[in-house]
Design a protein around this ligand. Structure first.
Ligand SMILES: *Cc1c(COP(=O)(O)O)cnc(C)c1O
Length: 393
């Protein structure tokens, strides 16, 4: 973060670079390459590119650099590498840091594509992975060993909103010399506590709250200069996972309004959780920092708000749940989250359809479960819409 700036100022001004025209709004540099004044300058840059010296957009670009500086400063990290999607970031970070023979401990409740990388891809290259119940502090202690190279988890799990005691896991990992990588999509950049708890790397799918309006795919890996400009940049620049300049530019503009949007959505999420709690048609309503969540004390100790997603279980299984979803008038049925438009997802038949029933049961993904992503509409309209649709369940 730039010296002495508060976080909201960082979101508006952090990382800004101006061209010779001194533009106010950040410029978008839609260029693949860069011109050298002389052959000697080209030779020197290929030997070692200094800060703000660019070679090729797959390696870096001024618009991407502005975005990387702004978001890493905001999240409290030294540096960042911007990627084409959240999964390009997860894959890039894991593959860059692991080798055959390494041991990884991860929370079981992971985003499906992350689980695929850990279990299928890394396994193929000789990485041993142990999955644990992330909410069980003892299970982490039993699984992390002196040869554990890396620990991977979602700070708040998707879709079940399980909360992990992150400080506990970071302390255990660091005592064993392991790195902690946090997939921080659900917590949101605004309420992220990964850095404060000691995580080495935060990976953010910027497709979610950073874009916030359902347009761009993006991801970012934040960490120390040593890790980011060392193994991570080296791996990603040669394998093609970099963000494109247009996405970086839309993200820069979106960061300016990030706090205003996410704080409003989180406040609405808490209000909706409260309004739905105890509803006769629902079995359980969950929002991490709401009193009805079994881990709300831990969630509140870690952050003032628990993101922008509320989950609930409609009584009567899939048929009743589908009647509810089909009766929604403002809320859209889709599978993404963190959009300005509120979205209801039925994980059991969409995002988590392929999981074996046994695994769905272990994770708590029931036929009545709805993941509700709270948008920027008036929360009173949303509550009225949810209630009229529940009447039809
Ligand atoms: C969405 C998401 C991802 C993947 O991000 P993309 O930008 O869609 O590639 C990874 N992890 C979590 C927790 C997510 O919610």
């Amino acid at each position: 973060m730039s010296d002495g700036w508060k976080k909201r100022t960082e979101l508006v001004h952090g990382g800004t670079r101006r061209s010779q025209y001194n533009e106010v709004s950040e410029a978008i540099f839609l260029t693949q390459g860069f011109v050298y004044d002389t052959a000697e300058q080209a030779e020197a840059r290929f030997q070692k590119a200094g800060e703000d010296e660019f070679i090729y957009a797959r390696y870096g670009n001024p618009t991407m650099a502005m975005f990387e500086d702004r978001i890493s400063g905001y999240l409290g990290y030294e540096d960042a590498f911007a990627c084409a999607s959240g999964m390009a970031a997860v894959n890039g970070a894991l593959t860059a840091l692991l080798k055959s023979g390494d041991h990884v401990v991860a929370a079981r409740a992971l985003f499906g594509s992350c689980l695929y990388i850990l279990e299928d891809i890394l396994g193929r290259f000789g990485v041993e992975v142990t999955l644990v119940d992330g909410t069980d502090n003892e299970a982490w202690a039993a699984a992390i060993r002196p040869d554990t190279r890396l620990v991977f988890l979602e700070s708040i799990s998707n879709p079940t909103l399980e909360v992990i005691d992150l400080k506990h896991v970071c302390d255990l990992a660091h005592a064993n010399g392991a790195l902690v990588l946090v997939d921080d999509a659900m917590a949101t950049p605004v309420f992220s506590y990964a850095r404060a708890c000691g995580a080495d790397i935060s990976i953010v799918s910027t497709t979610k709250h950073v874009d916030g309006q359902g347009r761009m795919l993006g991801g970012v890996i934040c960490g120390s200069k040593e890790l980011i400009r060392g193994p991570i940049e080296t791996y990603i620049k040669h394998t093609g996972g970099a963000m494109n300049p247009f996405t970086a530019w839309t993200h820069l503009k979106a960061l300016e309004t990030l706090e205003l949007r996410v704080r409003a959505q989180a406040a609405a999420a808490e209000q909706i959780a409260e309004a739905l709690s105890g509803h006769a048609k629902l079995n359980a309503v969950r929002y991490p920092t709401h009193a009805a969540h079994p881990q709300h004390e831990l969630a509140r100790r870690q952050a003032p708000a628990g993101g922008t997603v509320v989950t609930f279980e409609v009584k009567g299984g899939k048929a009743a749940c589908f009647r509810f979803l089909n009766a929604l008038e403002i809320v859209t049925i889709s599978n993404n989250f963190a959009d300005a438009k509120s979205i209801a997802t039925h994980p059991a038949t969409t995002t988590h359809q392929r999981l074996p029933q046994e695994q769905k049961d272990t994770l708590g993904i029931s036929d009545g479960l709805v993941r509700f992503s709270v948008g920027l509409e008036d929360p009173e309209d949303l509550i009225a819409d949810l209630k009229q649709a529940l009447d039809k369940a």
